[in-house]
Design a protein around this ligand. Structure first.
Ligand SMILES: Nc1ncnc2c1ncn2[C@@H]1O[C@H](COP(=O)(O)OP(=O)(O)O)[C@@H](O)[C@H]1O
Ligand SMILES: [Mg+2]
Length: 241
């Protein structure tokens, strides 16, 4: 469904992503981990069309989408969420989700119906009339997922939608992601919450200084020396043992 061929993205002298190749098949739930500054968000920005890569190609669903703008890629069925959630604060939850739906549906009536469906799916029903800015972080992250879902993606990129959540919110978000995956959505998930990643992902890719340094099942990744040295630390290994 998604193929990255040696994707490189530079910011001036800094190479944020270096020759990353990746294959995501329909139905996958791929995790991406790596320390702060590893290039995870930049990789999402390249995949989703917010940045044009300096080198390499991005192929999605039979199309070469390299350098195509985000709205065009979203229309093909590839949408991302933002690490720093940015809903329209003054608008209600419902209207925020409707805006996502309107990128695909022409009629407001259809878009409203689609928004209601997605709001229900994301457990935002009781908050549909609340202003986005009044929501606590856990619900704002859900709204971010809902807005992306309303564009009807085949492949959804989630950028740290679990960061900063309390244990209850975290459990709810894990359930939601699991449900979306079970319903047939293909996902790539960037997450720092390792315990969540271990429970969710089928496969995990580790980025470090912009490079892909390891890939494997959660179990393989947790015992990979390069991953432990660069990211997890001994504490994690001991805690898991
Ligand atoms: N728009 C930008 N302009 C310049 N440097 C950037 C920009 N976006 C990210 N970077 C740099 O690229 C590197 C990777 O950042 P990022 O992709 O955000 O990492 P991560 O999401 O893994 O924490 C960092 O060194 C960051 O400072
Ligand atoms: Mg990031």
């Amino acid at each position: 469904m998604l193929t990255l061929e040696r994707v490189t993205k530079r910011f001036g002298g800094l190479t944020a992503v270096r020759e990353v190749s990746l294959e995501v098949r329909a139905g996958d739930l791929l995790g991406i981990i790596g320390p702060n500054g590893a290039g995870k968000t930049t990789l999402f920005n390249v995949i989703a069309g917010y940045y044009r890569p300096d080198e390499g190609r991005v192929l999605f669903d039979g199309h070469d989408v390299t350098g195509r703008p985000a709205h065009a890629i979203s229309r093909l069925g590839l949408t991302r969420t933002f690490q720093i959630v940015k809903p329209f604060g003054n608008l209600s939850v419902r209207d925020n989700v409707m805006i996502g739906a309107l990128t695909r549906l022409a009629g407001t009536r259809e878009a409203r119906a689609e928004a209601e469906r997605v709001i229900g799916l994301c457990g935002l029903g009781p908050h549909a009339d609340a202003r986005a800015r009044a929501l606590p972080l856990g619900l704002r992250k859900r709204l971010e997922v809902a807005r992306a879902l309303a564009t009807h993606p085949k492949l959804l990129l989630l950028d740290e939608v679990m960061a900063g959540l309390n244990p209850t919110e975290l459990g709810g978000m894990i359930d939601l992601v699991r449900r979306l995956h079970a319903d047939g959505l293909t996902l790539i998930v960037i997450e720092h919450v390792m315990a969540a990643m271990m429970r969710l992902a089928q496969r995990i890719v580790m980025l470090h200084h912009g490079e892909r340094i390891a890939e494997g099942t959660p179990r393989e990744i947790a015992s990979d020396r390069r991953v432990i040295d660069a990211y997890l630390g001994e504490e994690f290994v001991l805690a898991d043992a």
